[in-house]
Ligand binder design. Structure first.
Ligand SMILES: CC(C)(COP(=O)(O)OP(=O)(O)OC[C@H]1O[C@@H](n2cnc3c(N)ncnc32)[C@H](O)[C@@H]1OP(=O)(O)O)[C@@H](O)C(=O)NCCC(=O)NCCS
Length: 179
């Protein structure tokens, strides 16, 4: 396989990202979306993350976008401001070649200097061994399972919560915050 490049995503990558996510929505249970968002909606989501200063990365093999990962706010209320949620999606053709692992590790590396202290994975479907495996390899711990909270493809689906500290985690207080 040709060398893997991981770099920040740009607007020009979004048609490829939209296609990768469309496949995941239509055929997979990692995401609980049911209707694939179109390019305009993916641009809107990308713009919101860029405005918030969140990292958004693409994986390139042989000049093509084969996967992406980004961090986003875990929840909107302000006390959650040091916690991010992560997302990582690859084209099915490149699964199990170490790309997900490298994307996720690089995303962690991008989040730490931004001052985030916890990263949470909300993994759709407790049968998603690939996602649980890649998060375990990146140092995430299993927090627990919300059973049967989703319904897709005619069956109930769990979410699996995994979490990892970033940087100093909870060992220190954030430098410029008192609340
Ligand atoms: C989850 C996903 C990102 C993993 O990326 P990947 O490149 O396929 O995984 P990697 O090759 O980097 O795997 C790294 C490690 O994770 C574990 N792992 C990965 N896939 C696995 C699987 N299907 N079963 C069990 N363990 C697995 C293994 O420990 C693996 O290391 P190894 O190959 O040396 O044994 C990818 O499969 C994907 O895009 N899946 C569909 C979308 C999705 O589920 N996204 C996550 C949303 S929370």
């Amino acid at each position: 396989m040709s060398p893997l490049e991981i770099r920040p995503a740009t607007v020009a990558d979004l048609p490829f990202i939209t296609e990768i996510y469309e496949h995941a929505v239509r055929y997979g249970t990692a995401t609980f979306e049911l209707i694939p968002p179109d390019l305009a909606e993916m641009k809107r989501r990308f713009g919101a993350l860029m405005d918030g200063g969140f990292p958004y990365l693409v994986a390139i093999v042989e000049g093509r976008v084969v996967g992406y990962a980004y961090a986003s706010p875990y929840r909107p209320r302000p006390a959650y401001r040091f916690t991010v949620e992560n997302s990582v999606y690859l084209q099915p053709a490149v699964h199990r070649r170490g790309i997900g692992l490298q994307l996720l590790q690089k995303l962690i590396d991008e989040c730490e200097p931004r001052g985030y202290r916890q990263m949470i994975a909300v993994i759709g479907d407790s049968a998603n061994a690939g996602s649980i495996g890649v998060h375990s390899r990146c140092g995430f711990q299993m927090i627990g399972t919300h059973p049967n909270v989703g319904f897709k493809f005619g069956r109930w689906l769990d979410t699996v919560m995994m979490q990892r500290g970033l940087g100093e985690g909870a060992r220190t207080l954030p430098a410029d915050e008192t609340n």
